[in-house]
Design a protein around this ligand. Structure first.
Ligand code: FNR
Length: 371
């Protein structure tokens, strides 16, 4: 269908399902085991209700914000998704170019199909990037990690997001039924030895993962870079406290889009627990420690709920991936425009003129079990 007919993120998903090669669809859409967490990521947002305020002169509304001190035209960023070229010949560059045109921050995946330098070379002047970092290499070869991280910092990356919920990749059975062949491989994957090809894309790249990472390694990361460090994949109040005490600059409450531990809770559910736990210790709110949520965000209203409950911004994964698989850079631009339109309408209807005016009283979260 023509791009004008796409009205929301669900439409991008439907089109991707129709047009993508079976293997790409399986890798992108799959989640682990019975996909209960995947489903819950959507359902959690449906348990939170708005308490809109009226008569507040909402003729002008502004949904721009900062993330880690960096300007962002929307309170969301493009989260890291691996192997973009499975779905489009230009891969992650579709995201980069659209993000540049719309002032959105892109988080580059370690396992992106396009190389890190190709992405940075394609950037607009001053464009902001974060880097997602897999735990591979860390304890096998610290020099490689150090070089990689310091190279990213020199090239201007503004935040290092260390993925902490994937010491081993989840079993994504839809994907495991597929065979991985060489021409699917991303730039990073091609460099690897040890690629297992018999069971799906995720299995093929799993040899890059180092399961030995622990809290003890965080001081070392802090010693090799001045970039802010964010732990991606926190799922409890206890670990949020440890993260704060480890001196990192932020956490992403995430279950990896339902692709890791099945029946882990949604990020939104975890958010309430985390802010409560941090507040008890006097750690929240703290402008030097930002909390993000990802998983299942498909509407601006979802984003506003997370912000009301204490998130600084949210990450969006599959929607942007599906947008570029079907329509390239223009698809991603359309997705951003749709979010923008939804922010405008929803903030007016909610009675919030700026992101700062989105307060906890604007939602009824009493149906979340962690409330
Ligand atoms: C991911 N995600 C991910 N996360 C990460 O830290 N490193 C990675 O390499 C990947 N790769 C990846 C591939 C694909 C195909 C998907 C769908 C997801 C997880 C991603 O960053 C984010 O946490 C989720 O995608 C958020 O959920 P939604 O927005 O997809 O529902």
């Amino acid at each position: 269908p023509p791009l004008d007919n796409i009205l929301n993120m669900h439409d991008f998903e439907s089109v991707a399902k129709m047009v993508l090669p079976e293997k790409a669809w399986a890798y992108y859409s799959s989640a682990s085991d019975d996909e209960i967490t995947l489903r819950e990521n959507r359902l959690a947002y449906q348990r939170v209700w708005f308490r809109p305020r009226i008569l507040r002169d909402v003729s002008s509304v502004d949904w721009s914000t900062t993330i880690l001190g960096q300007k962002s035209s929307l309170p969301l960023y493009i989260s890291a998704t691996a192997l973009g070229k499975l779905g489009h010949p230009d891969g992650e560059l579709c995201l980069t170019k659209a993000a540049a045109n719309y002032g959105v921050i892109q988080m580059i995946a370690t396992l992106a199909s396009c190389s890190f330098d190709d992405i940075i070379d394609a950037a607009a002047p001053g464009q902001t990037f974060f880097l997602q970092f897999h735990t591979r290499y860390v304890n096998r070869d610290r020099e490689i990690t150090k070089k990689y991280v310091q190279h990213a910092e020199r090239r201007g990356v503004k935040g290092l997001f260390i993925t902490v919920d994937a010491p081993q990749l989840g079993r994504r059975e839809k994907d495991m039924r597929m065979k991985f062949v060489d021409d699917d491989a991303g730039a990073e994957v091609q460099k690897g030895q040890d690629v297992k090809k018999d069971q799906g894309v995720a299995r093929a790249i799993s040899s890059f993962i180092d399961p030995s990472l622990s809290w003890k390694d965080i001081p070392w990361f802090k010693s090799i870079t001045k970039m802010p460090i964010i732990l991606k994949g926190i799922a409890t109040g206890e670990d949020a406290i440890l993260a704060y005490e480890a001196g990192v600059q932020g956490i992403v409450l995430s279950n990896h889009g339902g692709r890791q531990l099945d029946t882990a809770r949604s990020g939104l559910e975890v958010l309430v627990e985390v802010t409560t736990a941090l507040r008890k210790r006097g750690y929240f709110p703290d402008p030097k420690f930002e909390i993000y949520v990802d998983g299942g965000v498909r509407r601006a209203s979802d984003v506003l709920k997370a912000i009301a409950l204490g998130a600084k911004a949210v990450g969006v994964g599959r929607p942007f991936l599906y947008a570029f698989c079907s329509y390239g850079q223009e698809g991603v631009e359309r997705a951003i425009q749709l979010f923008r339109d939804e922010f405008e309408m929803n903030m007016r209807l909610l009675g919030a003129r700026t992101i700062d005016e989105i307060v906890p009283e604007m939602v009824d979260a009493s149906s979340l079990s962690s409330h």
